[in-house]
Design a protein around this ligand. Structure first.
Ligand SMILES: Nc1ncnc2c1ncn2[C@@H]1O[C@H](COP(=O)(O)OP(=O)(O)OP(=O)(O)O)[C@@H](O)[C@H]1O
Ligand SMILES: [Mg+2]
Length: 201
């Protein structure tokens, strides 16, 4: 976990010092540009050109940051292979059943990947489970996932979400998906979600 925290802080710093600063500078200069409208066409053109290249630089920074965050195995081989590899390292014996899924846009794959890993983290930290099962399938134009454990269960009311579950719900919501948590103390838990991917498969 400490390595993960370090990684998170590094990303936070990279965002803060990189794209965030660049975007702040951009919005300040956009205000300047606004004041130049109709006054000094030449200066305005110069400023706009500069703003354009600064926007490209910020985008490039974000892209390379995203490449660093996005696991290479997920990029190369997709969800099933990336999750298999994580399952082999999991503290709780974990099975992946993902035969029916293919490749999806990067934001879909990374959202499902990170949601699944956070659900497995929670199983390891709290569930006292003897096993976990991750299932992925495609139905009605959605990719769906479910992480199931046979542990102690918990009060799965949305009010008791911590940053982990809330982050999962937010990430899924951002791409039109949704999160479902089913658990009753004593009966294990199922954390599942679905994301629209179009088509009817
Ligand atoms: N599979 C599970 N089995 C038992 N309890 C769980 C399980 N998943 C989550 N919980 C309970 O739900 C709470 C909220 O989980 P959530 O991931 O939102 O936050 P967290 O894990 O406590 O903190 P963070 O994810 O920010 O490290 C956990 O503290 C734990 O009590
Ligand atoms: Mg958590």
């Amino acid at each position: 976990m400490a390595a993960q925290d370090d990684e998170r802080r590094k990303i936070e710093r990279d965002l803060h010092d990189g794209a965030q600063q660049q975007l702040v500078a951009l919005s300040v200069q956009l205000k300047l540009a606004e004041q130049l409208v109709g006054k000094d066409a030449e200066k305005e053109r110069e400023l706009l050109a500069r703003l354009g290249s600064q926007a490209s630089a910020a985008l490039e920074d974000l892209r390379s940051l995203a490449r660093g965050i996005y696991p290479p195995l997920l990029a190369d081989k997709g969800l099933a292979a990336a999750l298999e590899s994580q399952a082999r390292k999991a503290a709780v014996p974990t099975t992946i059943e993902a035969g029916g899924v293919g490749r999806y846009p990067q934001d879909v794959e990374s959202t499902i990947y990170f949601c699944t890993l956070e659900a497995l983290n929670n199983v390891a930290k709290y569930a006292e489970a003897s096993r976990a099962i991750v299932r992925l399938w495609q139905r009605d134009g959605h990719v769906e996932f479910a992480v199931d454990d046979d542990g102690r269960g918990f009060d799965a009311d949305a009010a008791s979400y911590g940053t982990g579950l809330q982050g999962m719900a937010d990430r899924l919501d951002a791409i039109g998906g949704e999160l479902l948590v089913e658990s009753h103390p004593g009966t294990g838990s199922t954390v599942s979600g679905r994301v629209p991917v179009g088509g009817t498969g």
